[in-house]
Structure formats: structure tokens, C-alpha cells
Design a protein around this ligand. Structure first.
Ligand code: ARG
Length: 265
């Protein structure tokens, strides 16, 4: 089944503030490299037959490339993002407008949440992260609006500040994750829900290997996450390594650059 993704070309990408431990403005970043690497990701999706739509980047919003944070779209309904940090505040309305202009029903959220960065959708449930950005009340708000059960999971390692830096769905029923990114209670929940999950190592997590995108057959994953790639290949997945090292300087990988549009309006 082809997927529909929304992406944002990193035309105004820089690392000029630090809102997560990956960001070091003093070390600089190269926008041309970022654009080239991002184009590689977009091309990979298109080669796999997925549809990519684009939102115009906005000058002064250097993190807007991280489309995953822009909203959560399930069953054609759009739950808007409300960013934790003021530096990214204007991105929420920009993404919501994109969907509203195309006729999607939207909800302007009352509670802080960073879209698909902290909400990962499976067949029966939505997994939701909290601890650094998204508030638990937003999990409840999303559940009410989308009519899907939302399971709250607590993140405890500041390097893995969004759920999508610590876990990704392999398909609608199973996931891969880095256990140590979660609280003891959430680790128990994950073990109970996903006895067959792929468990990633610290080395995989430290190159943002869990910030991957799977369509159930193909997995787009950080080129450096060698352990994880080996595990996925053994399970029969087609592994597509992608180098997004420049965007990682802002704390993002392939999934961060990708907002899935589930269900057309
Ligand atoms: N610099 C961005 C931030 O800290 C990176 C966002 C990465 N996105 C993600 N879905 N994990 O907000």
C-alpha cells in the first residue's frame, strides 16, 4: 500500500538555537548538504512508490523541515501541533493551514503536543510519548478527537526527547525500540504489548537509528545504524540506508522529516 507523506525542503535550515542536546549552534551547519541529503530521502520514498506532498518552508523557521512535528493525521482528521518552545511556535499554524486549505477537518489543539514526533499510529492504537515535549493531556485530547485509543509512554533520556527518536512501527502491529529511553513502567507496557519487538542497542539509538520509517516491507533507516539494519535484514525487511547526518545536527532523522497523511479528506 503506497503511503502519502508531507515534507518540507530545508531551504532555511540552520542550527541557531539549542532546544535538545543534539543542537550546538556554535558548531555550524551546511544548508546545501542538508538539502542534498533531504532530496535523497524524498527520492527514496518516490522510488518506493509513495506519494510526497510539499509544504512551503518559511524563512525564520529553521526546524520546519521536521514535518513530523507539524500535526497528527489519522482517518483524514488533523490534530494540530502546539509546540513546547517558542522558537518553533509558528510552525503549528502553518501546518494546520496547509491541511485546512485542502479541506481536511482540523483541530487547533489546546495542549502542548509535537505531532507525529510524539504520536505513532498503529492499526489499533496510537502510541504517545511524554516527558520532554508533549503533555499527557494532549494524549487525551487526541484520543477524543481521533476516536482511537492512545497509550501514554514516558520518555526519560533527554537525547530521545520525542517518541519517534526511541521507537518506530515496523507495521501496524509491531515496533522496534530502544528500551532505555523509556521509564521502567513504560518498558513493562512495551514488553507486554510487543513481545516480538526488535530491540535496538545504544549504538543504534545514538545515531537516531530509531527515527526510521517502515512501510511494512521497506525500512528507511539511518545509514550508521548497523546493528539495527542487520536485525531488520534477518527478519526479512528491505533496508534502505539514508544519510541525514547534517539534519541530525538539529536532532532529526528520516522520520522527523516525514509527516504521514492517513486517510484522505
Ligand atoms: N530541532 C528540532 C526540535 O528539537 C528537531 C525535531 C526533530 N523531530 C522529531 N520528530 N523528532 O524540536
Amino acid at each position: 500500500m503506497p503511503k502519502h507523506f508531507l515534507m518540507c525542503r530545508p531551504e532555511y535550515f540552520t542550527v541557531e538555537y539549542a532546544i535538545n542536546p543534539w543542537m550546538h549552534p556554535e558548531r555550524g551547519s551546511d544548508r546545501d548538504v542538508a538539502v542534498r541529503q533531504w532530496e535523497g530521502l524524498k527520492a527514496a520514498y518516490e522510488e518506493l512508490g509513495h506519494r510526497v506532498s510539499l509544504i512551503d518552508p518559511i524563512d525564520g523557521l529553521p526546524d520546519m523541515v521536521f514535518a513530523a512535528n507539524g500535526a497528527l493525521v489519522v482517518g483524514g482528521r488533523v490534530y494540530g501541533a502546539k509546540f513546547a518552545y517558542p522558537q518553533r511556535g509558528a510552525e503549528g499554524p502553518a501546518y494546520l493551514r496547509w491541511f485546512a486549505e485542502r479541506g481536511y477537518p482540523t483541530l487547533d489543539a489546546s495542549h502542548v503536543n509535537e505531532g507525529e514526533g510524539d504520536f505513532l499510529t498503529l492499526d489499533e492504537v496510537i502510541l504517545a510519548g511524554t516527558g520532554f515535549r508533549t503533555e499527557v493531556v494532549a494524549h487525551q485530547e487526541a484520543q477524543e478527537y481521533l476516536g482511537r485509543p492512545v497509550i501514554s509512554l514516558k520518555l526519560v533520556d533527554p537525547r530521545f526527547y520525542h517518541l519517534d527518536t526511541a521507537l518506530f512501527p515496523l507495521d501496524g502491529r509491531n515496533v522496534a525500540y530502544y528500551p532505555q529511553a523509556f521509564s521502567a513502567g513504560s518498558q513493562e507496557v512495551l514488553r507486554a504489548m510487543f513481545p516480538d519487538a526488535v530491540l535496538a542497542t545504544a549504538e543504534d539509538a545514538e545515531v537516531l537509528g530509531l527515527n526510521a520509517v517502515s512501510d511494512g516491507t521497506n525500512v528507511i533507516v539511518s545509514a550508521e545504524a548497523s546493528n539495527l539494519q542487520l536485525q531488520l535484514k534477518r527478519l526479512g525487511y528491505e533496508v534502505i540506508p539514508i544519510d541525514l547526518s547534517e539534519l541530525r545536527k538539529a536532532g532529526g532523522g528520516p522520520k522527523c522529516c516525514t509527516l504521514e497523511i492517513r486517510g484522505e479528506n
